[in-house]
Every structure is written in C-alpha cells, then in structure tokens.
Design a protein around this ligand. Structure first.
Ligand code: SF4
Ligand code: SF4
Length: 88
C-alpha cells in the first residue's frame, strides 16, 4: 500500500521479533536479527511500533512530536494481540 518507507528501527532493537509477530499483514521479517519491512501490504496500523518492547521503531515519514509515546492496551496481552493478528 505504501511505496515509501514509514518506519525506521534504531540501535535499541534487540531482535526479539515481536514486531514480526504483531503485524497483521506480514510486512516484517527478521534478517540477521534486524527487522526488514516490505510496505506493499502495510496499512500503517502502527502495531509494530506500539508493541516493540524497546521503543526502537520510529516513524520516519513524519516528525513524531513525542517519539517515545507508545500505547499498549492493558486489557489485551501481547499473546492475544499476536493471536488476533497472525497470518496463518
Ligand atoms: S519488536 Fe523492537 S526490539 Fe523486537 S525485533 Fe522488532 S524492532 Fe527489534
Ligand atoms: S504499521 Fe501495521 S501493517 Fe504496517 S508494518 Fe507495522 S504492524 Fe505491519
């Protein structure tokens, strides 16, 4: 859906793969322990950015007023989010 990069991953990434598992469109894969995005099917839901435990995923297409502001619904566990968004 997007032909330009939306997100950048900074040096705080620990290669946990959470971003790859919460993406509902299968846009992210780990390559040598680093996330690699394919924006072809991205819907810019920001699930990857919000779920990253290191807040390592930043928007690069726009300037974020507060790049450390991330939200996870306290009533939904990470496992539930992954299950709901899984691709297969
Ligand atoms: S969720 Fe964050 S720390 Fe984990 S692999 Fe993705 S970018 Fe790196
Ligand atoms: S914004 Fe949503 S659809 Fe796009 S890569 Fe992140 S989790 Fe996947």
């Amino acid at each position: 859906m997007y032909s330009f990069p939306l997100y950048g991953v900074n040096e705080d990434c620990i290669g946990c793969g959470t971003c790859t598992r919460v993406c509902p469109r299968g846009c992210i894969r780990l390559e040598d322990g680093r996330p690699v995005y394919d924006y072809t099917d991205c819907i810019n839901c920001m699930a990857c950015a919000h779920a990253c435990p290191k807040i390592a995923i930043k928007l690069i297409c726009v300037k974020e007023p507060n790049p450390n502001a991330r939200y996870c619904n306290p009533n939904i566990t990470l496992a539930e989010l992954i299950q709901a968004n899984r691709q297969n």
